[in-house]
Ligand binder design. Structure first.
Ligand code: AMP
Length: 192
């Protein structure tokens, strides 16, 4: 089973590359940001709880995220493998994910980390904000906060998987197809 964490700061291209990887490797996509936006759109209880955090560019509390991911894994019993996109974003989430996957005997295969500098991230997010309708893509202070939160709370997750020898850094600036090629090369190297 191929279980990939697609890692990187906001605006790194995780969503774009996930779509292409899912197509090629027939994986099930678990994108926590998309799941929360769906809950907000449907105005569920979880959506209402998450909204205040998301609109300010802060992280939703771990317990809510972990429960949502576990439900999603449980409902995908026929999955050939997963792409985790935007999750885990804290070391506590990474510990919970590792435990969930160990119990199911399907550990993380690799963490692929898209590396993009801050100025490029901000330019991309502002551009996306023109069409995404996302409150957290529109405002420079919120964008800056998301990048700050990434560095403080999420970057340690890279070290967590580096210690397991699962971290692979990928140059995230270039054409979509070139970046996709680099991701596939890493996957094919471990998935033989
Ligand atoms: P994204 O679409 O991945 O950029 O996520 C949008 C927002 O959803 C983030 O800025 C957080 O507020 C929230 N979110 C998404 N995934 C997580 C997560 N794994 N942990 C905490 N908050 C999350």
């Amino acid at each position: 089973m191929l279980n990939i964490i697609l890692f990187g700061p906001p605006g790194a291209g995780k969503g774009t590359q996930s779509e292409k990887l899912i197509d090629k490797y027939q994986l099930t996509h678990i994108a926590t940001g998309d799941l929360f936006r769906k809950h907000m759109g449907e105005n569920t209880e979880l959506g209402q709880l998450a909204k205040q955090y998301i609109n300010e560019g802060n992280l939703v509390p771990d317990s809510l995220v972990i429960k949502m991911v576990e439900d999603k894994i449980n409902s995908a019993s026929d999955a050939k493998g997963f792409i985790f996109d935007g999750f885990p974003r804290t070391v506590a989430q990474a510990d919970a994910l590792d435990e969930m996957l160990e119990q199911r005997d399907m550990p993380i295969s690799v963490m692929l980390a898209l590396e993009v500098d801050d100025e490029e991230l901000k330019t991309r997010i502002r551009l996306r904000g023109k069409t995404s309708g996302r409150a957290d893509d529109q405002d420079d202070a919120k964008i800056d906060n998301r990048i700050k939160v990434y560095k403080e709370e999420t970057l340690p997750v890279a070290e967590h998987y580096n210690k397991q020898s699962k971290y692979r850094g990928i140059e995230g600036v270039g054409s979509i197809d070139d970046i996709f090629g680099s991701l596939c090369a890493e996957i094919d190297a471990i998935n033989q």
